[in-house]
Design a binder for this molecule. Structure first.
Ligand code: PBE
Length: 266
């Protein structure tokens, strides 16, 4: 039977990422929803996951990863999402910009820019691909800004410059969050802000916004991926809008694998 074959080839392991990621919680849910008792999820990091993917892919070996888009892996490899008829991973998600309470009063110019901030999957992909090809994130971000003046002008149109106010971003080392945080940081620096970027884990990222020790996070994946965090800290943050729509999480495999659905793992 198909599932036994697949399970055995990957040792009944799904290659996951950092334990605080919403996609890990969703994967635990999938294991329950699809009765995948024999299966386990290996924790690690985004970088460890993509390293494992590269290693398997180069040898055309089977691998099942927790995957999301936007992500550069879809540009570098032929991959497919496994169908999720139970909806363990939700449907189409959105990226929300989340700020601490009071940011609008303290930094109205930054708040206005952040509210305007939105871009497309292919925009973010450009930055991510340059970074994975070896460019420094801040350089890749600046290159994207230089090539997309019109879009950036839309975000900053009519917003006054400030004089060195300090604003602090929190982000996780997910390639997607690295890309967006670097781009927005440069745009705010151009408006006169001094930007600090603090890399943390997912739980501490939400907690820092809720307790006011940081100002902004750009990687709020809602409604499902970070739903537990959003609920836990309800009333202690402001959701100021979406920066991207139609983003997605799920289980991802190379197209050379002969399975199509999470059900095939049962
Ligand atoms: N991700 C990328 C994150 C959000 C951004 C899908 C890995 C998560 O699962 O929490």
């Amino acid at each position: 039977d198909k599932s036994e074959a697949v399970g055995e080839t990957v040792d009944y392991k799904i290659t996951g990422i950092d334990p605080g990621a919403g996609i890990m919680e969703a994967t635990d849910r999938a294991i329950e929803d699809y009765d995948l008792d024999e299966w386990s999820v290996v924790t690690g990091s985004g970088a460890a996951m993509t390293a494992a993917l590269k290693k398997a892919y180069d040898k055309e070996e089977p691998i099942i990863i927790t995957g999301w888009s936007p992500h550069w892996k879809f540009a570098k490899y032929d991959l497919k999402y496994l169908e999720d008829p139970e909806g363990s991973y939700g449907g189409s998600e959105e990226l929300h910009t989340i700020t601490r309470l009071g940011l609008e009063d303290d930094f109205p110019e930054a708040h206005a820019m952040l509210q305007n901030f939105n871009w497309l999957e292919e925009d973010m992909a450009e930055v991510m691909i340059e970074v994975i090809d070896g460019e420094k994130p801040e350089v890749a971000a600046q290159n994207w800004i230089d090539k997309n003046e019109e879009k950036v002008t839309e975000w900053t149109d009519g917003i006054d410059k400030v004089d060195g106010d300090e604003i602090k971003f929190v982000y996780v080392s997910w390639d997607s969050a690295v890309a967006s945080t670097n781009v927005v940081a440069l745009v705010l620096e151009d408006l006169g802000y001094e930007v600090e970027m603090l890399q943390v884990e997912a739980g501490p990222m939400w907690a820092a916004i809720a307790d006011g020790s940081a100002d902004v996070l750009l990687a709020g994946w809602l409604p499902i991926t970070h739903g537990t965090y959003a609920e836990k800290f309800e009333g202690k943050y402001e959701d100021i809008g979406t920066s991207m729509v139609d983003v997605k999480i799920g289980l991802v495999v190379p197209t050379y694998m002969d399975i199509d659905s999470i059900e095939d793992l049962k």
